[in-house]
Design a protein around this ligand. Sequence first.
Ligand code: FMN
Length: 216
Amino acid sequence: MKNMNAVLQDLRVRYQAAKLDISDCRSVPLEQLDQWIKEAIESGCDEPNAFVLSTIRGKRPRARVVLLKGIQQDKVIFYTNYNSAKGEEIKKNEKVSMTFLWLPLQRQVRIEGTVVKIDSKISNEYFNSRPRGSQLGAIASPQSKKVKDRAELEKLFANTEKKFSKVAVLPRPKNWGGYAVIPDYVEFWQGRDNRLHDRVCFELKKKSWKLFRLAP
Ligand SMILES: Cc1cc2nc3c(=O)[nH]c(=O)nc-3n(C[C@H](O)[C@H](O)[C@H](O)COP(=O)(O)O)c2cc1C
């Protein structure tokens, strides 16, 4: 292989798969998101519900991938450990952003909004629907805390498995559950030729969505 910087500079994809105009969009952004996720699933994208969740710690942005687990009328839902680093960050600053990327479709979606914890009943329902191994992992793992080594993690899991060996329905830990993001800005990006990409944005103004286009 050539020098890596030369390789990187030569990497170039042409975006010609589709186009997007304001007139193509639904009037409500989460309906448009619903449609794009459906198309990502149908086109066989890996992890079509994965997105980058960005939070703020003090003045420092932090980001990681999580999975979208629900779209409701005015909110989108994901699940995590409330005591994780992201949970601590959300407690202090409820403003977050989300970024979806579906490369086979040459599409990106950016969402900005406010997070709230979802109703514990809905978290219980989702927790109960997960495979037992995932439930045990969620109970056992002190997400974002330092662990000495892999063995410590496996011991935590084994102890949890033992503790609940006779329990058929595992209880959802209080520190694990869902968050809903209520968007006030949503942008749909469709790659186009010559880097003249389409960007259609929805901004919430006085409770109604205003649509506009941004230069790429
Ligand atoms: C494809 C993928 C999906 C993930 N889904 C989740 C998820 O739904 N919830 C979650 O808490 N972490 C998920 N993670 C792990 C997070 O990226 C992250 O490592 C973890 O939540 C700890 O982040 P924090 O320390 O910033 O809180 C996922 C990671 C990947 C790569």
